[in-house]
Design a protein around this ligand. Sequence first.
Ligand code: HEM
Length: 129
Amino acid sequence: MQEIDVYNLFGESGFTRLVAAFYRQVPHDDILGPMYPPNDLPGAEQRLRDFLIYRFGGPPRYIEQRGHPRLRMRHAPFPINREARDRWMQLMTRALDQARLPPDVSAFLLDFFEAVATMMVNRSDAEGR
Ligand code: HEM
C-alpha cells in the first residue's frame, strides 16, 4: 500500500478520532497515565495527531510547530521499558479497533506503530522498575 493512501483514506477526521480514542484511555492507565502531562493532555493529543497527519502525507503542521520529529530523543525523558511499550500498543490497538478502518489500513498502521514503539524503548526492564 502506498503510504499516501492512508491519509487519503483516513483523512484529518480519521486521525482525529484515532488519537482521541487513544488519549481517552491515557489518564486511567497506571503505567502511561503518570508519564503524560496532566495539564496538557489536549496539547499532547494535538502533537501526536499532527505528527501522524504529516507522516502519512497530510499538511505538515507538526513540522511547522515542532521542527524535526526526533522521536527517540523526545521520548528520552520518559522511562519506556518493554512493559510501557506493550501497554502503549495495547491502548493504540484498542483505539484502532474503535476507529473501524478498512482492515488493510488498520493492519498497515498497526505495523507502523509496532515498529516505532519498539524504537522508543529506552530502559531495560530492571531499570524501569
Ligand atoms: C512506546 C511507548 C510510548 C510511550 C510510553 C510514549 C510516551 C510519550 C509521552 C509521555 C509523550 C509526551 C506527551 C506530550 O506532551 O506530547 C510523548 C510524545 C510524543 N509521542 Fe510518544 N510514546 C510512545 C510511543 C510513541 C509512538 C509509537 C509514536 C509514533 C508513532 C509516538 C509519537 C509521539 C509524538 C509525535 C509525541 C510528541 C513529541 C513532541 O513534539 O514533543 N510515541 N510520547
